[in-house]
Design a protein around this ligand. Structure first.
Ligand SMILES: C[S@@+](CC[C@H](N)C(=O)[O-])C[C@H]1O[C@@H](n2cnc3c(N)ncnc32)[C@H](O)[C@@H]1O
Length: 350
């Protein structure tokens, strides 16, 4: 039976059995404070003004609740900007009433919720040795604490503004109440570089198409952006992935140098060691396309890269997952998941 690691021992090497000590309380509670105010940009401000107007139009006082309030920075900014009443909870107490907001968010005043909930993936909790603290939350079928937190907030307020990881966009979390999203370029937090966005939800009756902004620039509706992903290549199996002697290379992640973007390549032009390809490879790999002759491969590579690049331009990269910070040129690094890669391959073959 596997030995249970003491709380707060993070596994850094399975082979060597190496662990480092981490701050278990900080990690299990996702205590990363929002230190920059650029989340409160024009689209988010317009959404909040509308939400406050809805409150006052039915005789209520305009008010905001942060169920994961931390040092209260979000509430401070909102009180200054709008002069609204504010209240908060936090499991750590401090200046707020103690409440486990991953269980329930009491909201007797019907306040607008504005929050930055804890982010922690189930697999990270295990790797970081804090699983015993948070396991009960994951038992409910969520794979990340932010999803549970967001569900609790949406259950207790008509209007919710949440700072979330950018992976929210590609997640299966229900988006029917989504009105506005603003993807934030730049750092919102001092002590983590997690790419983030602000998601604004309304009651089902007023939520619209989910207008997507990058900072304050309108990009389009979420549905239209996601259409760029197509059907996920579910038309047969034109490609076999992670084949060490495959004739096509796939760099599925942007290089940090800014000169090696995601790209399909002829295997002979790809300098990734074939011996490093595993069944679990997700970033660099070789593929086999059994229906193509050798002579057809160069044309396929050109078409696949053209399609990939047009999808990147059309979706402003939002259909690709963010990956570990920015390139040297300041652009966010992205990763091509194999589902979208299959779609691109299928369309480039037909
Ligand atoms: C990401 S921080 C956000 C703090 C603040 N809203 C901000 O943006 O700076 C998350 C906060 O949620 C609190 N927290 C974590 N789990 C909680 C729970 N189950 N119930 C209530 N608060 C919790 C943490 O103590 C931490 O202060």
């Amino acid at each position: 039976m596997a030995k249970r690691r003491p709380v707060g021992e993070m596994l850094v090497s399975v082979q060597l059995g190496r662990v480092v000590q981490i701050d278990a309380e900080k990690v299990s509670r996702g205590t990363f404070f929002t230190t920059d105010d650029r989340w409160l940009n024009q689209p988010v401000k317009e959404f909040l003004s509308f939400a406050f107007l809805e409150q006052t139009s039915v005789g209520k006082t305009a008010s905001v609740l942060d169920p994961f309030a931390g040092d209260g920075h979000l509430l401070e900014v909102l009180a200054e900007t709008y002069g609204v009443e504010t209240s908060g909870y936090d499991i750590a107490g401090g200046q707020w009433p103690v409440n486990d907001s991953l269980k329930k968010v009491p909201n007797p005043q019907g306040s607008v919720i504005v929050t930055n909930p804890p982010y922690l993936a189930n697999h990270s909790a295990k790797r970081k040795g804090v699983n015993s603290i948070v396991a009960s939350y994951f038992k409910q079928g969520y794979d990340n604490l932010w999803k549970l937190a967001l569900d609790r907030c949406l259950a207790s307020a008509d209007y919710v503004v949440a700072i979330l990881p950018e992976t929210f966009l590609l997640s299966t979390f229900p988006k029917d109440r989504l009105a506005v999203i603003s993807v934030i370029e730049g750092q919102l937090f001092d002590d983590t570089d997690a790419p983030a966005l602000v998601a604004c939800f309304g009651p089902a009756s007023v939520s619209g198409a989910g207008s997507v902004f990058i900072n304050e620039r309108l990009i389009g509706s979420l549905a239209r952006i996601m259409e760029c992903r197509g059907k996920g290549g579910r038309r047969g199996k034109p490609a076999h992935f992670n084949i060490p002697d495959g004739r096509i290379g796939l760099r599925a992640v942007d290089g940090a140098d800014g000169n090696t973007p995601i790209e399909f390549l002829l295997a002979e032009d790809f300098d990734y060691p074939r011996s490093r390809v595993k069944v679990s490879s997700r970033l660099m790999t070789y593929l086999e396309l059994p229906t193509l002759t050798d002579a057809e491969l160069p044309g396929f590579v050109i078409r696949a890269n053209q399609l990939l690049n047009s999808i990147r331009v059309e979706s402003h990269d939002l259909v690709l997952a963010p990956f570990k910070g920015n390139m040297k040129n300041g652009r966010r690094r992205r990763r091509l998941d194999y589902e979208l890669a299959r779609e691109i391959i299928a369309r480039s073959l037909s």
